[in-house]
Every structure is written in C-alpha cells, then in structure tokens.
Write a protein that binds this ligand. Structure first.
Ligand code: LER
Ligand code: MN
Length: 269
C-alpha cells in the first residue's frame, strides 16, 4: 500500500498549506502519535544544527523523512531556478546540497516546485531562464544520485507559476534533465485546476510518478472537498504506485484536526 506523510514547517511559513508551522517538534510528535510513516519538511535555509536536531527527533520517534520541499527559498528569499544570475544559483546549489545530505539516510525526495519561480513573457529571456533551470536541476540530480536521493518535479497551477503546470510538462522537463532519479510529484490540488483528467494524468506518469500530495480541491485534508479520490486511487493502483501520499494541507480548522482528518482518510483508502 501507500506510505503516509504530512507536510510540516519549522518556520511560520508564507506558504500556507503546512501543518504545525513554527513548531516542528509538535509536528513530529503528532505525526508519530497518529501513526504516519513519515514527515515532509518545508525548509528555507536550515542550519546544520537544526537539521541534526530534526534528524535525531525523527529517529527517536521511528519516523522517516519522506521529502524536503524547497519553495520557501523563492517565496521568502526570492531565489529561483528561473533566475539567470550565477550568484543566485550558487546560493541555491549550496542550500540544495545541504538538503540532499539531510535526505540521504532516508532516501527521501527533494521537491522542485515553487522554487522554479516564474518565467518572463519575453521568449528570448524565457529560453535563457529555462536553460539555467535545467542545468541547475541536472546538477542537483547528479549529486542526489550519488547519495541515493530522488528529485521530484512538481507541476504547480497557473495562478502560482507559468513554469510547468501539468504532469505532461513536468515529464517533458524530467526527460530533458535525462537522469533516472528525476521523477514527477503529482499534487491533486494543482491537478484539479490544470489536468483534463486526474486518473489519465497519473497513468501518463506511470512508473515515473515518485510522490503524491494528496490534497482536496480547497486545499484541505482529502475528503473535505470535492475531488474524486476513488478514481485517483484506482489510477495509483493501476500504475502500481507504492510510494508516499503526503498531506500538504491547510491547517483547517487547526493543525491537529487537519492531521487527524488526513490520516483517517488515508486509512480509509
Ligand atoms: C508545493 O508543494 C505546492 O503545492 C505549491 O503550491 C507551492 O507553491
Ligand atoms: Mn504540493
């Protein structure tokens, strides 16, 4: 069956669908208590000390680290893969390396979503941005491969970015990177806006689907909106998906209740 995770953040985040934001200790404790297999962490620029504390807490609670999300580097610090300034890429590379080393013991996923940033409408500028982004992801993926980590490209809806909105676009980007540890992350909230059919998009990804954010249409816990998760799960079974379903959800009505609603729904699948 699927492995379960929930997305938390050590920082009170600009980016809303994270549980226990600002209190990772409580997030880890509750994830263990509720029986999740793992947590996913949204990280900005964590010190090695903080990463060490989180790693020991996870080991102590018997939890895995499913993934690290990297979008806060763009949302908070304005550093994106679409930037064509070498100094920005140097800063991002250093952060990504630290995060990949952190993920290595659990063979987790490095998520490349919001950190892509936004593309210019000017075709010549856009071509240059795509080149920088592609090279950056290739360099992260090469290092990731050497430490047993996969890089997950997450399509994001058009209201947040114009740089990879659909599963098909993410697959094409992964093809261009050209390394087999580069997979696609399907987030059902974004898919509900962008895809013609959720099951068809999941089937298109097939074996290259590495990770899933199982979120409802209103970004609440699955079961609290109107996505047809029966057909989503049927498609996941059809492609023999056996990786994580992760609750990257709004803390609605509060973090604790949202975490309970999500695990309850995950167990019902
Ligand atoms: C991140 O996983 C996500 O889903 C995006 O909405 C971030 O902007
Ligand atoms: Mn997501």
């Amino acid at each position: 069956m699927f492995k379960t995770s929930m997305a938390i953040s050590p920082l009170p985040a600009n980016f809303a669908p994270l549980l226990f934001a600002g209190n990772w200790e409580l997030g880890v404790e509750q994830a263990a208590k509720l029986g999740y297999d793992a947590v996913e962490l949204s990280l900005l620029d964590p010190s090695k000390d903080l990463l060490g504390h989180i790693a020991s807490a996870l080991r102590q609670k018997g939890l895995a680290l499913s993934a690290v999300a990297t979008g806060q580097s763009y949302y908070t610090d304005g550093l994106s893969l679409a930037n064509t300034d070498p100094a920005v890429h140097a800063r991002l590379r250093e952060r990504m390396k630290r995060l990949l080393d952190f993920l290595a013991p659990w063979q987790g996923f490095l998520i490349i979503g919001g950190v892509r940033g936004v593309l210019s409408k000017e075709p010549a500028v856009q071509a240059e941005q795509r080149k920088w982004a592609l090279e950056a992801v290739r360099s992260y993926a090469e290092y990731a491969q050497s430490v047993g980590v996969r890089v997950a490209i997450e399509p994001i809806n058009r209201y947040e970015t114009n740089f990879l909105n659909t599963v098909a676009e993410a697959l094409a980007f992964a093809d261009e990177v050209g390394l087999d540890n580069v997979v696609v992350l399907a987030d059902t909230f974004h898919m509900n806006i962008e895809e013609v059919s959720l099951p068809k998009a999941l089937e298109l990804a097939g074996k290259r689907l590495g990770y899933v954010h199982l979120v409802d249409s209103n970004r609440r816990a699955p079961g609290q909106g109107h996505i047809n998760f029966q057909e989503v799960v049927t498609a996941l079974r059809k492609i023999s998906y056996a990786s994580y379903i992760s609750a990257e959800i709004l803390p609605w009505p509060d973090s604790q209740t949202a975490a309970e609603l999500a695990i309850g729904y995950f167990r019902s699948l």
